[in-house]
Design a protein around this ligand. Structure first.
Ligand code: KG4
Ligand code: ZN
Length: 340
């Protein structure tokens, strides 16, 4: 079964064809980053306009690269939530129109469940239940996963998402958006013990699996500002600050994750989302004994159509499809503790 998957929740316009939920035949990803760069963040109006200009071409390319035509497709899937409403609507509406024109089943896919599915496209099939760790620009979620679509949120960020903290700090360094990868690169040259940034005082009681990033973000930004005020801009050791921040950011996340491991006894962890491309996180978890951590390929950590087409196969093969009058939702209403 060949499924066309469309992802347009934020600033990547992507379409992919995946066979039987695992075999990627094509995965075209066009980033809008250069169009948002001057604003140091994604401008929703620009994002939806670019999706509208590009979506036809991106879907066409995904078929061509898979050596297929529209007639070979057995189902169409698109991200429906969460994300930028206008951006989601473009890919979602295009997908529904494609499905209607070809009389194909349509599947609306949750973006975070799709991120969780991405690791499966690398060939791993972990047995349920496992723990999920989702870390992206908009969300930080630790969850228990009982099936591809049965996820209970154990913990989340009580303020900023981890990717948001990376991006805001990178912005203060003057680095381009999104800055996570620049912090990752700079940190490789830095000393992670150079600065002792505060770790959120959570991880107990009701917040045992929760994380917080606003305190850490403010501390790092204040440190940068202090250097600047002293007129010692040239003396700012960017790599040391980046490395110390990164270490603290992941320590906060891993404390919450390890609490969940300890309490649940579950040692298989599936990771997903743009932030899990981070080389320090991958190395830290690889070095940790007693855990089976499954990462998507770095190219499948960020937003992509393949994860959408992949998870859609799980729905379609169980006879589940979405009505053509379904629509998108920018936020997930039931996101706090129960998901979806
Ligand atoms: O999943 P994603 O592509 O989009 C959302 O759904 O948000 O995640 C994007 C986030 C951005 O905050 C970006 O800075 C971060 O992932 N990111 C990284 C790295 N690569 C991307 N953060 C840390 N280290 C990286 N190597
Ligand atoms: Zn995402």
């Amino acid at each position: 079964m060949k499924i066309l998957g469309i992802e347009s929740s934020c600033d990547e316009c992507s379409a992919a064809v995946v066979e039987n939920g695992e075999n990627i035949l094509s995965n075209v990803i066009a980033t809008q980053i250069p169009f948002h760069a001057a604003y140091k963040g994604v401008v929703p109006e620009i994002a939806s306009r670019k999706h509208t200009e590009w979506i036809y071409d991106i879907v066409s390319r995904s078929l061509t690269e898979a050596n297929l035509t529209a007639r070979d497709i057995d189902g169409v899937a698109a991200s429906s939530q969460p994300g930028l409403g206008g951006s989601l609507l473009v890919g979602f509406t295009f997908g529904k129109a494609f499905a209607y024109a070809r009389q194909l089943p349509f599947i609306a896919c949750d973006h975070m469940l799709s991120h969780l599915y991405a690791a499966r496209l690398s060939g791993e099939r972990p047995a349920y239940p496992f723990l999920g760790l989702l870390a992206s620009g908009g969300h930080t979620i630790i969850c228990k996963v009982d099936d591809f679509d049965k996820v209970s949120v154990l913990g989340t960020s009580i303020d900023d998402a981890i990717g948001e903290a990376f991006d805001k700090i990178a912005k203060h360094f003057g680095w381009a958006y999104p800055g996570g990868q620049y912090i990752d690169e700079a940190a490789r040259q830095g000393d992670a013990a150079a600065f002792a940034f505060p770790l959120a005082n959570l991880h107990k009681g009701d917040h045992r699996y929760d994380v917080s990033y606003s305190g850490l973000k403010t501390a790092v930004i204040n440190q940068l500002e202090q250097f600047r005020k002293k007129g010692a801009a040239g003396e700012i050791n960017g790599p040391d600050i980046a490395a110390s921040f990164q270490k603290a950011a992941f320590e906060i996340l891993l404390r919450a994750l390890f609490n969940a491991v300890e309490d649940s006894g579950i040692t298989t962890i599936v990771l997903g989302g743009g932030v899990v491309a981070n080389s320090y996180l991958r190395a830290s978890l690889a070095a940790r004994t007693g855990l089976h951590c499954i990462f998507p390929e770095p190219s499948l950590c960020g937003d992509n159509g393949a994860m959408v087409a992949g998870i859609a196969y799980q729905y379609l093969s169980r006879g589940i499809r979405s009505p053509l009058d379904s629509t998108v939702c920018s936020r997930v209403k039931a996101f706090k503790r129960r998901y979806p």
